[in-house]
Design a protein around this ligand. Structure first.
Ligand code: CMP
Length: 143
């Protein structure tokens, strides 16, 4: 069954101007793009989005980084979307990510790791609703 998930192309990918290649990779991997937004997160939004990490030592750096430039948030659809996206993103740390994964190709370090993807179906629903209204993600705009 088709599933939905959320990807965020992070500020490092925007700065490196490789966001187009990352979007192409998602299309090549048979994801449908339901909706895409180019935006700059406010501090409040970044803190809320990453609330789960608020007690981690890297939280402040993470929020600083995610608000340092613009991002592209993408609502994606595919069979097994959540797990498949995580597979092609690779490990959080690009240095440990398998060759040819998105983070291995485009990431620099554990913080500047090119892309975010939801880590479970439950979080995918939560994260999609953070950026998109239900009516916005009903149509596949990549067809
Ligand atoms: P992401 O998939 O967006 O989810 C949380 C982010 O926190 C993660 O990618 C990394 O960018 C960042 N992160 C996770 N662990 C660490 C760490 N040990 N040091 C710095 N940043 C981290």
């Amino acid at each position: 069954m088709k599933e939905q998930t959320l990807a965020i192309i992070k500020p490092d990918s925007m700065e490196k101007r490789c966001f187009g290649e990352i979007i192409q990779r998602l299309l090549d991997e048979k994801f449908n793009i339901l909706k895409m937004k180019h935006l700059k997160l406010t501090r409040e939004q970044a803190e809320k989005f990453y609330e789960i990490h608020k007690n981690k030592p890297f939280f402040r750096d993470l929020v600083n980084f995610m608000t340092s430039g613009s991002v592209i948030v993408i609502a994606l659809e595919r069979e097994n979307a959540v797990n498949y996206l995580r597979e092609i993103m690779g490990s959080t740390d690009p240095g440990k990510a398998a060759p040819s994964t998105i983070r291995s190709r485009y990431g620099s370090d554990i913080q500047r790791n090119a892309i975010h993807g939801s880590d479970s179906e439950q979080n995918a629903r939560k994260e999609l609703s953070f950026f998109f209204a239900q009516y916005e993600i009903m149509e596949n705009i990549s067809e």
